[in-house]
Ligand binder design. Structure first.
Ligand code: ADP
Length: 247
């Protein structure tokens, strides 16, 4: 049995009287890979905003880790430091810096102003960067300027920059959008590997991509969980079929 890392229970949030999240309960284990699907407006973005502390629920509990800390009591930066990383849809890397420099900046220990130099100039630092580059498949691109990378490579670099912080939970928003089939396949492998040692939540529209992830799927609809289980299980669910066909 894996341990529960994050648990939301009875969470609701309204915007101007409209319930974007409605009595939502959700659990993820550590390690675990989970896909979140659901039509536009289902509440997927708001769900991630609640976990990262950007949006505060009106009701419910958000409980983290073995000490059962309430994330509702932590600021956004405290939540990030507790081990929750978020990858937004668009890649945001330092375009003018090389892949190596981007990874060095992500690895640097914020307490030391010399640490970027540590990662760039010492053997131990270089080894850490190389291990990360290998993990994201950018070993051959270390000296390239990030701005010259393909869209897919930029996404992997940013995932690598998040992995550099060693999050216990990584939230990833539509990683496959705009990628070539080969890039999608690489992204699937990367996320599956990352989820061997941590919790990874992937919000994704592309069903083929979700199928390849081969993980438990949570279907959101009108701010609640409509169905949960294998992709096969949830896509056989009549409520899910009705929602997707727009009954
Ligand atoms: P998804 O990411 O699944 O498309 P969202 O979480 O973005 O869904 O939105 C859920 C619902 O809440 C939508 O109907 C959206 O219009 C509404 N909503 C989200 N954020 C706000 C906001 N800041 N103000 C008003 N309505 C919002």
């Amino acid at each position: 049995m894996m341990n529960t890392l994050l648990e939301l229970s009875g969470v609701s949030v309204s915007f101007d009287g409209f319930k974007a999240i409605n009595n939502l309960s959700f659990q993820i284990g550590e390690p675990e890979l989970r896909a979140i699907i659901g039509p536009n407006g289902a509440g997927k973005t708001t769900f991630m905003d609640i976990i990262t502390g950007k949006t505060r629920p009106d009701e419910g509990r958000v409980i983290w880790g073995e000490k059962s800390v309430s994330l509702l009591k932590l600021s956004e930066s405290q939540i990030a430091r507790a081990g929750i990383g978020r990858k937004f849809q668009k890649p945001t890397v330092f375009e003018a810096q090389t892949v190596r420099e981007n990874l060095a900046m992500a690895l640097k220990n914020e307490r030391s102003p010399f640490s970027v130099l540590f990662y760039r100039k010492t053997k131990e630092g270089a080894e850490k960067i190389e291990a990360l580059a290998e993990e994201i498949g950018l070993t051959d691109e270390l000296t390239r300027v990030a701005g010259e990378l393909s869209h897919g490579q930029k996404q992997w670099l940013e995932i690598g920059m998040l992995l550099a912080q060693d999050p216990r939970l990584l939230l990833v928003d539509e990683p496959a959008a705009g990628m070539t089939p080969a890039e999608r396949e690489h992204t699937t492998d990367l996320l599956r590997r990352a989820a061997e040692t941590r919790a990874v939540v992937v919000v994704e529209h592309d069903m083929e991509f979700v199928r390849r992830l081969d993980c438990r799927v949570t279907v959101l609809h009108e701010g609640s969980v409509l169905a949960e289980g294998s992709l096969e299980h949830v896509t056989a669910n009549q409520d899910v079929i009705d929602v997707y066909l727009g009954r």
